[in-house]
Write a protein that binds this ligand. Structure first.
Ligand code: GDP
Ligand code: MG
Length: 699
């Protein structure tokens, strides 16, 4: 195999092992005058003949040739196993090309590729024009390496025919631009039958690369030199010395091209030419395409070495990056006792739950953005529930006529001047019933809050590794929570029931406006027993009570809307509004009543009494319901969760199933380990100097 191919393949192996795909290998850029043999040189280097050649200015646009080796080793094995299928072999063995301007259209024939280059040149640069717009062509072959070659228009002194005057300058600029790329190896093509000192290509290369660090000179057309002249002095560095010297070559003549002499054949003829030529016999091993290829390889390696520190840095950076990543996955083996680990994870979970409820777990960011855990429950009690209960209007939906009807019905046939206890009790019981659903809803909202803490709010990094266990813990916690709901609701119902079971008219806080009663009841028959308050406050009998209930509300007047918004995800919350409308329903036939004057006073009194009594009930519920919820739901869960989980989950026989690792994390860790390993290996290889690296790869 050609030495350049060997070298580039090795380098690519190194880069692949170093996981470096972005590293740009040196490009090979040809610089030379028109018809100096640039395209011919490129062809003999890659041993493929597909470039248009000729004595005129043929190359008029930069041609960026991307050579691709289509066989990676895996692919080769796969293809080998299919070798009997003839077409595949044929297609694979025949190199083919693809132009960027015609992506998807493949060429299986060099003749066609050559024609396409010509056509595409003509399309942009008509006639004898030139253009700096490159043609990009990919060549795929199993005989080539991944390498980029740039064929360029030839340098010229004077425009020919009707070419524009600035043409030479434009070509010079274009060539300079490509050759200035520090990754470019400059192939300075000089025909032997001219005076080297006057070679524009030589001058340009010297300008761009004064120390000739990346310039290799090629003397073409040695066969066309005048008899008796040769390039020995130049080769021996006696004329214009160059760091990497001059390589004489004999490429195909136009006649040979026309007679379809292949590049490979021409290289054989070239070898014979130098071996048999009296001027070159003794130095024939330093002549010809084969030697050119070897020298180019050396230059290639030298250039790579310059960029090697950069590659090393990249490898090290990547290695560190993946090592860090690997650390985040934790150890692959579970260290120590699995039973202890299981217990610890359960313990951590219940501890975290308690912390969220008690509000001591304050080191996470989220605490700065949202109400969390316990504070949300607190908010449910003191903002949502409390305000909702306070806002229930006991008189809502009660018309005066309905009240009269109620009074009339409960008096029955008797004609008394009192408001009968029974009337009042019926009314109160009915109104108390309106509190039942809001109280139940309060339980349900707290229940959901707890459920959401269990399912989404408890974040334990270690637990993510063990999905089975995580699921189990969540599921069992939910089971326990579910079991607590029913008793809590039952108790809340009982509280509401007990409120309506006995209307305590002797409650110390129940203010009865006795003055009204006195005025209505001429008998002054104090059925309430506890009448005759010393208060003489007729107009506003319950100022103190009013203030007591509503002062708290007023202070926080602005907050509830905002807070309620936060709990909008609870549909039940909205239902409260509907529930309250479910008020007392009264008989319909009340149209015919006309209200008497004394009755108006009775109604006023009745309303007052109702308001007063309901305030007592409200205060009671606002106080009691949260206590019940805390006792039956929150505290029970918090106090018993850990034991419940251990009892339900911990089974020594099932420990391996419970601690099975999350397969995704397992996969990611393996991938990570592979990467770290690859980079460590690459780093080790790259720590050597390059010639030793090449040896390592070879063996
Ligand atoms: P470019 O314009 O620099 O790309 O030059 P080409 O590669 O197109 O070559 C110009 C002409 O010179 C073509 O007809 C080639 O066949 C011919 N040619 C190139 N190199 C040699 C050589 O070493 N010997 C001979 N006899 N002809 C050559
Ligand atoms: Mg050319």
């Amino acid at each position: 195999m050609d030495s350049l191919i060997v070298v580039i393949n090795k380098i690519q192996d190194i880069l692949a092992s170093a996981k470096i795909t972005t590293f740009e290998l040196p490009q090979i850029v040809v610089v030379g005058e028109q018809s100096s043999g640039k395209s011919s040189v490129l062809e003999s280097i890659v041993k493929m003949d597909f470039l248009p050649r000729g004595n005129n200015i043929v190359t008029r646009r930069p041609l960026i040739l991307q050579l691709h080796n289509i066989f990676d080793k895996k692919e080769e094995r796969r293809k080998k196993s299919k070798e009997k299928k003839n077409e595949i072999r044929l297609e694979a063995e025949r190199p083919w090309g693809e132009f960027l301007h015609q992506k998807g259209k493949k060429y299986y024939n060099f003749e066609k590729i050559r024609q396409e280059i010509k056509d595409e040149t003509e399309r942009i640069a008509k006639g004898k024009e030139i253009s700096s717009k490159p043609i990009r062509l990919s060549i795929y072959s199993k005989d080539t390496v991944n390498l980029t070659l740039v064929d360029l228009p030839g340098l010229t002194n004077n425009p020919i025919g009707n070419q524009k005057k600035d043409l030479p300058e434009r070509i010079y600029k274009m060539v300079t631009q490509f050759a200035s790329n520090p990754r470019a190896l400059i192939l300075c093509v000089i025909p032997s039958n001219i005076d080297i000192a006057n070679s524009r290509a030589y001058k340009l290369a010297k300008t761009i690369d004064p120390d000739s660090e990346r310039t290799l000179a090629i003397l073409t057309k040695v066969d066309l030199m005048d008899e008796g002249t040769n390039v020995r002095d130049i080769i021996n560095g006696k004329v214009l010395p160059l760091r990497y010297g001059y390589v004489p070559v004999v490429n195909r003549s136009q006649k040979q091209v026309d007679n379809n002499v292949t590049v490979k054949k021409a290289i054989k003829l070239e070898k014979k030419y130098f071996q048999n030529h009296p001027s070159y016999q003794d130095i024939s091993d330093r002549c010809g395409t084969k030697y050119l290829s070897k020298t180019l390889s050396k230059l290639f390696i030298k250039r790579i070495e310059i960029f090697l520190p950069e590659v090393r840095r990249k490898v090290t950076t990547n290695k560190i990056k993946w090592e860090e990543q690997l650390k985040t996955f934790g150890q692959s083996k579970i260290d120590g006792n699995k039973n202890t680990l299981l217990m610890t994870l359960i313990f951590d979970f219940s501890k975290k739950f308690s912390a969220l409820i008690d509000g001591v777990d304050l080191y996470e960011d989220e605490h700065l953005k949202f109400l969390q855990g316990g504070s949300r429950i607190n908010h449910i009690f003191y903002e949502i529930f409390t305000n909702f209960i306070k806002d229930i209007d006991p008189l809502q939906g009660l018309t005066e006529k309905e009240l009269i009807l109620l009074m009339k019905n409960s008096k029955g046939t008797k004609k008394t001047l009192f408001i009968p206890d029974k009337t009042f009790e019926i009314l109160v019981k009915n109104k108390i019933e309106n509190f039942r659903v809001p109280c139940q809803n309060c339980v349900k909202i707290v229940f959901r809050e707890l459920d959401s803490i269990i399912t989404t709010k408890i974040k334990i990094e270690k637990l993510n590794r063990f999905l089975v266990l995580k699921e189990k813990i969540i599921q069992k916690s939910q089971n326990y929570l579910n079991s607590l709901l029913e008793p809590c609701i039952v108790f809340v119902n009982q509280i509401v029931d007990s409120e309506s079971a006995f209307i305590n008219l002797n409650h110390p806080d129940f203010k009865k406006p006795t003055d009204h009663i006195n005025r209505i009841s001429s008998n002054n028959n104090d059925t309430n027993g506890n009448g005759n308050n010393t208060t003489n406050n007729n107009n506003n009998p319950n100022v103190s009570n009013n203030q007591q209930i509503y002062s708290h509300r007023n202070i926080k007047k602005t907050s509830p809307i905002k807070f309620i918004d936060m709990l909008n995800d609870y549909p039940t919350n909205r239902n409260w509004q509907l529930d309250i409308k479910n008020t007392l329903t009264m008989p319909n036939n009340i149209k015919d009543f006309s209200i008497q004057k004394y009755e108006k006073q009775e109604i006023k009194l009745l309303k007052n009494l109702l308001m007063n009594y309901m305030k007592i009930v409200k205060i009671k519920l606002i106080d009691t319901i949260p206590k019940i919820i805390m006792f039956f739901l929150v505290n029970k869960l918090k106090d018993n969760l850990q034991n419940f989980l251990i009892e339900k989950i911990y089974q020594p026989k099932k420990i391996d199933i419970l601690l099975a690792e999350n397969p995704e994390i397992e996969r990611e860790r393996k991938n990570c380990e592979r990467k770290v390993h690859a980079y460590q290996k690459a780093e080790k290889i790259l720590s050597q100097d390059f010639s030793r690296i090449l040896n390592i790869i070879e063996n």
